[in-house]
Design a protein around this ligand. Structure first.
Ligand code: GAP
Length: 480
């Protein structure tokens, strides 16, 4: 399919609909509680989706934690002391401006509404007629274009619940709206137990919850989602250098995993977009079918978070550097509050991005009567790495041989899938849609030569390989 056509704004609905339909048809993503009519903005990951999400998160963990000496991982509780969220500013400030349209009753975020000039005359439909009105705000209703709007109310995005059996103000707790704060409050625990020296990072991934006013574009913005965040603590004077390093490193990670570079960009935040404590911020943006949008933010947070937690907890959160001389006392050894660079990515949003980017339709061509839908996922992200297919299911020998090959893949921790149903072409088509990079077909020739056909998803090339080479060949491709 023509990439440009696929990505134009006018094609938004078709492509997003195709992705949602593929996700349901093939078991990537289902609407939550579907048999009860679904629950808005909540999604369940089916067999293929669960694998894809796990693979995305495992790749992040590999590049952020396993392949580095300077980053360690944690897995903190989703419910934290409410004091954490008071200190971080989420209780008082993590809110969106909520507005109701008096005309069509739509509820929306003021900062996401279509912009108009304040005082301008706007046309909109009322009681079946097109009328003119004056915009008293710098935006109108995103649904019907009306300027007849309620006051703006600040709406806190944190989900509240109670810890323990008694519902009282004292038992109020929140579901975390970001994974980041656990890294700040555990900063010294981790630094001291692991004897870490600056610069170093603490990484975490997992569920976060935000009671979003507008949920949109399938799994792009939902109320329950997964994040992959890392807080990189460094000397204050090195903060700019690390911001530049991490923005590039994070951008390159998406490209290494197969995202098309032309669909990605780095955008610097303007001064007026920055949080008051932030010293600089980049967004990795993706060209979604509806336009450029955020995938990940890489922010220089200064020492704002550690300062706040120090103030609110009354506990010192400074890092002790024995090699520095404290200029205030002239003595050896100095306490500092490190600066932080935070790459904060959305795992579920990244899943959507990779699905969009990998989706392709091929028209029928010479030698192939039917077109195909193919997910060109990077082999390491692909939910199933290899499908093993006996050409004929009635031939017991072929079935047994296929089973033996599957077993060998599984012994090597390679997710292999067995399929004997339908004609071979249909089976290949199913694997193309699932994004499976390799298919191995066991046929009559296998009996005589101990060889099988290896078929490549992307160009449908087929080659004959020795059975005993199969695992090594696939493993090598997964290493690329
Ligand atoms: N600790 C900083 C932080 O949480 P953020 O920009 O609010 O920053 C980071 O979130 C990433 O989390 C976003 O770039 C996005 O990928 C993802 N994210 C945020 N809200 C989301 C939502 N409602 N649904 C899906 N993903 C979301």
């Amino acid at each position: 399919m023509d990439e440009k056509k696929k990505k134009t704004g006018t094609d938004e609905l078709p492509l997003m609909q195709k992705i949602a339909a593929l996700c349901k048809r093939r078991g990537f993503v289902f609407q939550s509680s579907e048999i009860y009519g679904g629950l808005k903005s909540c999604y369940d990951y089916g067999p293929l989706g669960a694998e894809l999400k796990r693979n995305v998160m495992a790749e992040w963990w590999r590049s952020m934690v396993y392949e580095r000496d300077d980053v360690v991982g944690i897995d903190a509780s989703i419910i934290m002391s409410p004091k954490v969220w008071q200190a971080s500013g989420h209780v008082s400030g993590f809110s969106d401006p909520l507005v109701d349209c008096k005309l069509c009753k739509a509820r929306f975020r003021a900062d996401h509404a279509p912009v108009v000039e304040k005082g301008a005359t706007v046309e909109y439909r009322k009681e079946g007629k097109t009328i003119k009105g004056v915009a008293e705000r710098s935006y109108v209703c995103p649904e019907c274009g009306s300027p007849e709007l309620s006051e703006e109310r600040q709406f806190n995005l944190m989900f509240k619940t109670n810890l323990g059996p008694v519902e009282s103000p004292d038992s109020v707790v929140y579901l975390r709206p970001e994974t980041a704060q656990a890294m700040f409050v555990n900063f010294l625990n981790v630094q001291q137990t692991y004897r870490l020296k600056l610069p170093f990072g603490i990484a975490q991934q997992g569920k976060s919850f935000r009671n979003e006013i507008t949920v949109e574009h399938f799994i792009f913005r939902s109320c329950e989602f997964e994040q992959m965040e890392m807080e990189f603590f460094c000397e204050p004077e090195e903060s700019d250098k690390w911001l530049e390093y991490w923005k590039q490193e994070r951008f390159d990670w998406y490209v290494r995993l197969g995202a098309k570079p032309e669909n990605l960009r780095l955008r610097t935040h303007e001064k007026d977009e920055l949080a008051h404590y932030a010293k600089g911020c980049y967004d990795v943006e993706y060209q979604y079918p509806w336009g450029w949008g955020e995938l990940e933010g890489i922010a220089a947070r200064g020492n704002y978070d550690l300062t706040k937690h120090q103030e609110h907890s009354g506990k010192k959160l400074t890092y002790f550097d024995p090699n520095k001389v404290d200029p205030a006392t002239g003595k050896q050894g100095m306490h500092i509050l490190p600066y932080v660079i935070e790459p904060a990515a959305g795992a579920t949003r990244t899943v959507l991005m990779f699905l969009l980017d990998a989706y392709d339709e091929e028209a029928p061509s010479e030698g192939r009567a039917e077109g195909r839908v193919v997910l060109r996922l990077h082999p390491r992200l692909a939910p199933i790495k290899v499908a093993v297919l006996p050409l004929v299911k009635k031939d017991e020998w072929l079935v047994d041989k296929s089973r033996a090959i599957i077993k060998e893949f599984r012994r090597n921790s390679i997710n292999a899938f067995y399929d004997e149903k339908d004609a071979i072409g249909r089976r290949y088509a199913r694997q193309d849609e699932a994004g499976t990079p390799f298919c191995i077909t066991v046929d009559g020739e296998t009996k005589d030569t101990d060889t099988v056909t290896l078929r490549y998803r992307d160009d449908m090339r087929q080659e004959r390989i020795k059975v005993q080479e199969a695992v090594d060949i696939v493993r090598d491709k997964l290493r690329d």
